[in-house]
Design a protein around this ligand. Structure first.
Ligand code: NAD
Length: 339
């Protein structure tokens, strides 16, 4: 089979490309990425010489380019990771989130309808469900939870999900959607919480924590997200949504303290900063459907995945040091220091 994987120079798409290229040498993996600030070809280095891998630079929202590509490449399956993914950036500049996350998705869907793709998979997020109260640990997001977004990022992702489901109902396109909780692991851009803590703590720099740090996130190792998507693409029922999560809820403050302890760094590095606008309180996924219907189970817990991830950042300093030395440093100062 020939796969188009979009956003494969980013964090999760990059991990998925590695996983697919190595696990299925008989399948062809085409990685399409615009190489925005978040895309990094260094992430694709481990697979770039494999015979079943090819990289193409391009924009999923460029209609002419996408239709030409589909005409030429004759894909069987499309897995769409490409997105603007950072909530803080969506608060500063929402428009590009509509362009890439919504219009990029509809462009891919139109091409899939025209070229009779066998499966379109949309990589979505639990943020489409909004948030849960902190004082109700008994509540979880299920696939039936109404969409109730908080940020421009999650609103664009939810819009894309609705288009995906509409293309199934209206045109009979064979689609699936996965909605996953927060990921961590190798090749994560250093603006996101866990790599940010690791990279700054190693340099003895302050760690910004929003508000009081009580917001709860549900963490999953990126490898387990990859196995879930692989399973859903191959065995998931058309037109269905599957939640992905491993019941690893932690407050942001707990996450920061866990990483600082593992690195033997003092908690005095923690600096509380003004809370994010519209900050979601708690995310918590109920993955029962994926577990019972498709037999998925995660390999890692937070306690086993975090030490492994820290070790990866220690062993691959060059990968993240190159990123934080450039333009990203100016962005960081503007967002979290100057305010
Ligand atoms: P990322 O920002 O690390 O990577 C996104 C990639 O998409 C980058 O390589 C970027 O260059 C590329 N891209 C952006 N705009 C593009 C365009 N117009 N055309 C082609 N490529 C483009 O993001 P990530 O954290 O790896 O997230 C990947 C997907 O998973 C996103 O759709 C996100 O919504 C979803 N998701 C992320 C998480 C998480 O915890 N990070 C959790 C659940 C779902």
């Amino acid at each position: 089979m020939k796969f188009l994987i979009t956003g494969g120079a980013g964090f999760i798409g990059g991990n998925f490309v590695h996983y697919m290229v190595n696990k299925y040498p008989e399948d062809m993996i085409v990685n399409l990425d615009k190489l925005t600030y978040a895309g990094n070809l260094e992430t694709c280095k481990p697979v770039e010489d494999k015979p079943n891998y090819k990289f193409i630079k391009g924009d999923i929202a460029d209609r002419e380019f996408i239709f030409d590509l589909f005409e030429k490449e004759k894909f069987d399956v499309v897995v769409n990771f490409a997105a603007e993914s950072h909530v803080d950036r969506s608060i500063e500049d929402p428009e590009i989130f509509v362009k890439t996350n919504v219009m990029g998705t509809t462009t891919l869907l139109d091409a899939c309808v025209k070229y009779g793709i066998k499966r379109y998979h949309q990589v979505s997020t639990d943020e489409v469900y909004g948030d849960l109260p902190l004082d109700r640990p008994d509540l979880f997001f299920t696939e039936e939870t109404p969409l109730h977004t908080s940020s421009p990022y999650s609103s664009a992702k939810a819009s894309a999900d609705l288009f995906v489901l509409a293309y199934h109902r209206t045109y009979g396109l064979p689609v699936t959607i996965s909605r996953c909780s927060n990921n961590y692991g190798p090749y994560h851009f250093p603006e996101k919480l866990i790599p940010l803590i690791i990279s700054r703590a190693l340099n003895d720099e302050t760690i910004p924590v929003y508000g009081t740090g009580e917001n709860v996130r549900d963490w999953l190792h990126v490898y387990d997200h990859c196995t879930a998507i692989d399973l859903i693409v191959r065995k998931g029922r058309e037109g269905e949504v599957y939640n992905v999560g491993g019941h690893n809820e932690r407050t942001n403050l707990q996450v920061v303290k866990t990483v600082l302890k593992a690195l033997n760094k003092p908690e005095s590095l923690i600096t509380f900063v003004e809370d994010r606008k519209g900050h979601d309180r708690r995310y918590a996924i109920d993955p029962t459907k994926l577990e019972t219907e498709l037999g998925w189970e995660p390999k890692y817990t937070f306690d086993t995945g975090i030490p492994m991830t820290i070790q990866w950042y220690l062993d691959n300093k060059e990968w993240w040091e190159n990123i934080i030395s450039g333009e990203y440093q100016n962005y960081f100062e503007k967002m979290y220091v100057e305010k």
